[in-house]
Write a protein that binds this ligand. Structure first.
Ligand code: F6P
Length: 356
């Protein structure tokens, strides 16, 4: 078969390992020919194609980024964009397409499948928020990077009697904040799932310092929100006006906003550190290399078993094919069970006396 591969959306450690595994198994075991589309759906729209053979994937297992590069191009937003993609695939006699991406990239895969394209999806996001799969590759690497940063910030926070707020990625789900916060021994962990009350956060820090600990580490997801009058809602802090082609605003800045408020309310010297794209860069962890390899192998098997319109998903320790529709049905937010882990280990976020 002639198989096309693309990577779309934000990059993620392990993308190259998926590409390599699919190409190696396809070449060795199925006698497939591969081509890569450059920069996600943009490459399919604009017909940017490269050969993807065993030589092209040699040595890429430990490399971050993606040899196919990526973009947030959304063909469904362009007039005739989906038909343009279908025409490109026909022109190159592509029998099947492997789309590696998050919910945005896979939503395009689903639309193309509904128009008859033979496509399978591989879930990718460091945020770990795709429904239907227990873990996405890249998440483990991001958590390791964030945890190491928190360890380092501990020593400098302690030396200076400071509060340090660490902003990590996580648009709709606080998986990175929760895992790195617990693994890094943070004192407060704030997630997009639960808008937070600044008075309570400040009081928790005051009480900790009252117990003789003169520094604190607060881990906050970029999508966390200050609570408003309606406790289920909250205000997102964004960097720029305008949205990308999939309708997302650019998040970032909640860490600084929170640090300013904590300093104002407690009087403790406070700094903010935004980890940002450091979490997405560099070499994947061994766990992610293994997981990404398994996803790549599963994707090429799905192509040969005709499981189109499906996504490879990790359930327990098995890889299975699930409908793209199921994966795209909702975001996989942090579960109550995992929130209980953080709540179990942390001092409760107290209601201050003056608002009781
Ligand atoms: O891929 C998901 C993500 O890492 C989000 O956590 C973050 O909000 C976004 O990507 C950042 O994207 P960009 O690379 O476009 O700044």
């Amino acid at each position: 078969m002639k198989v096309g591969v693309l990577t779309g959306g934000g990059d993620c450690p392990g993308l190259n390992a998926v590409i390599r595994a699919a190409v190696r198994k396809g070449s060795f075991h199925y006698d497939d020919e591969f081509v890569g589309f450059l920069e996600g759906w943009r490459g399919v729209m604009e017909d940017h194609i490269v050969p993807l053979n065993l030589d092209a994937v040699a040595g890429i297992l430990p490399r971050g980024g993606t040899i196919l590069r990526t973009s947030r191009t959304n063909p469904a937003k362009q007039p005739d964009g989906l038909d343009t993609c279908i025409a490109t695939l026909k022109r190159h006699n592509i029998d099947a397409l492997i789309a590696i991406g998050g919910d945005d990239t896979l939503s395009v895969a689903r639309k193309l499948h509904e128009k008859g394209t033979k496509v399978v999806g591989v879930p990718k996001t460091i945020d770990n928020d795709l429904a239907g799969t227990d873990y996405t590759f890249g998440f483990d690497t991001a958590v390791n990077i964030a945890t190491e940063a928190i360890d380092r910030l501990h020593t400098t926070a302690e030396a200076h009697n400071r509060v340090i707020v660490v902003e990590v990625m996580g648009r709709d789900a606080g998986w990175i904040a929760l895992h790195s916060g617990v693994a890094g021994g943070a004192d407060v962990i704030l997630l997009p799932e639960q808008p937070f009350d600044i008075e309570k956060v400040s009081e928790t820090i005051r009480q900790r310092h009252g117990r003789g600990r003169y520094f604190s580490i607060v881990v906050i997801a970029e999508g966390a929100k200050f609570a408003t009058a309606d406790p289920r809602q909250g205000e997102l802090v964004t960097q720029a006006k305008g949205k990308d082609e999939f309708g997302h605003v650019r998040l970032g800045g909640i860490g600084n906003a929170l640090a300013n408020e904590i300093e104002k309310k407690t009087g403790y010297e406070t700094r903010a550190v935004v980890l940002g794209h450091i979490q997405r860069g560099g070499s994947p962890s061994a766990f992610d290399r293994m997981l990404a390899t398994r996803y790549g192998l599963k994707a090429i098997d799905m192509v040969h078993q005709g499981e189109f319109g499906s996504m490879a998903a990790l359930r327990g320790n098995s890889l299975i094919a699930i409908p793209l529709a199921e994966a795209l049905s909702k975001n996989r937010t942090v579960t109550p069970e995992m929130i209980a882990v953080a709540e179990g280990i942390l001092a409760p976020i107290e209601t201050p006396e003056h608002v009781k």
